[in-house]
Design a protein around this ligand. Structure first.
Ligand SMILES: *Cc1c(COP(=O)(O)O)cnc(C)c1O
Length: 431
């Protein structure tokens, strides 16, 4: 399997090189050359397959022969060692819980898969040490830190905006030590992202370091997210009724993976991109004009993105046709007040505690169901415990800490405070 750059200048690369590079040398995102739908029999018999078997069928064409079948199966097994339950909320509305992994956010799957791929390539032939450089608005950092902890040949440097991630999130990315360093940036997530982008273009760093990203830009983090949609489909009781997914979206990697699953033949009628006040995509569908904006801070902070990086992949899937895109994608934006109301409504009516991101997904689904007779699943992308300060006052109840959180909450935070790009550069050159 070859990957091409969406900027169409850089040469095509293998899966391995796409994973190690992250971004193409022309700064384009990598995209698979061929997408082959899975056999009918796979869909007809999906109920008989385990999650690991499904994942293997789904991902193997994208990995090609660069990881042996046995090793790929082992990577999948280690990646998916937790549950992905679908829980019914109301008639025609269910949620797919993606928060049962070690950091309790859906990014665990992509981060664990990518870390194991990198580690495999590193073992196979002594590639030079790779530094994974990643900016986080909250959940990426924790998932990447946990996924890469102790992985040989890989150092991880995480930039996060000081004071703008939740306490639990901060603990998850600052308490692990070993090959993980947390840089606390005096600024916003956009500032962190800008520093990371600048580092990838910096000649001194290019010459001296093997930098790669672990954002959903990286194909090894992005593509495993296809699994979720198949796991949800498998659990559907009624596979005849039209199915839509509502995905709380920030960088649009998760929803874009869902669209890839659809390209593989998964029967999905429509995708709903549910966003907070960062409404670039809903505005685009309304006006046909894509206007990135500085991000706005909200209570669903993992979606505070003003220029979603995976949107170019979505455009590619639908061959640059807005009308084709609109046949598959609806998108709505919601305020923090609406999000809180939705959390309260779900608690009062269904006794379900959602996190702010899931609540945005619920709202998008509700809006779509008001005018369409289908069944819908919204993705619950994080456990509510990760956003205690938002969730508890709304539901007026304390949430019991799961073991994954208890393990980090009392550990001591270790971070290095930086304000400028130069401080980042010096840190990378000296480490
Ligand atoms: C990262 C994240 C999102 C957004 O996912 P994208 O793939 O960036 O659209 C939504 N919810 C949570 C909890 C997240 O951590």
């Amino acid at each position: 399997m070859q990957y091409y750059s969406l900027n169409k200048i850089a040469p095509n690369v293998s899966f391995k090189d796409a994973v190690i590079k992250g971004l193409a040398p022309d700064k384009g995102l990598y995209f698979p050359e061929i997408i082959s739908p899975l056999a009918k029999g796979f869909y007809n018999n999906i109920n008989y397959f385990s999650n690991e078997e499904i994942a293997f069928e789904v991902i193997k064409q994208f990995v090609g022969n660069e990881i042996s079948e046995t090793a790929l199966k082992e990577i999948i097994k280690e990646t998916l060692n937790f549950d992905f339950p679908v829980v019914e909320i109301e008639e025609n509305i269910s949620t797919l819980e993606l928060f049962h992994g070690p950091t309790m956010a859906f990014k665990d799957v992509g981060a664990r898969f990518m870390a194991r791929c990198l580690s495999y390539f590193n073992k196979q032939e002594k590639t030079a040490k790779v530094t994974v450089l990643v900016a986080t608005s909250g959940d990426t950092g924790g998932a990447v830190a946990s996924g890469f902890l102790g992985v040989k040949g890989v150092d991880v440097v995480i930039l996060y905006p000081s004071g703008k991630v939740s306490n639990v999130q901060e603990k998850q990315l600052t308490t692990l030590g070993k090959n993980i360093t947390a840089l606390e940036v005096n600024g916003t997530f956009d500032d962190c992202q800008a520093m990371v982008k600048k580092a990838f273009l910096d000649e001194d760093l290019i010459l001296n370091k093997n930098l790669t990203s672990a954002n959903s830009i990286n194909v090894a983090r992005w593509l495993p997210q296809m699994f979720y949609f198949f796991f949800a489909y498998k659990q559907l009781k009624n596979k005849e009724k039209d199915l839509v997914f509502s995905i709380p979206s920030g960088n649009f990697g998760n929803i874009c993976a869902g669209m890839m699953a659809q390209q593989l033949g998964l029967p999905v009628k429509q995708f709903i991109a549910s966003t907070n006040a960062n409404d670039i995509v809903p505005k685009y569908l309304e006006t046909d004009v894509y206007t990135p904006k500085p991000s706005i801070q909200t209570i669903s902070n993992a979606m505070d993105v003003g220029d979603p990086s995976n949107f170019v992949r979505i455009i590619e899937i639908y061959k640059n046709s807005i009308s084709e895109l609109k046949k598959h994608l609806s998108s709505y934006s919601f305020t923090d007040d609406e999000t809180r109301e939705a959390m309260k409504f779900m608690k009062d009516n269904s006794n379900y505690i959602a996190d702010p991101h899931g609540a945005v997904g619920y709202l998008g689904l509700k809006k779509y169901l008001a005018i369409n007779n289908v069944q819908g699943i919204f993705l619950e992308t994080a456990h509510p415990v990760k956003f205690l300060d938002v969730v508890e006052p709304v539901i007026n109840e304390t949430i019991k800490l799961p073991t994954q959180i208890k393990e980090v909450i009392d550990k001591e935070k270790v971070s290095k405070y930086i304000s400028t790009y130069n401080e980042l550069k010096q840190f990378l050159l000296n480490s």
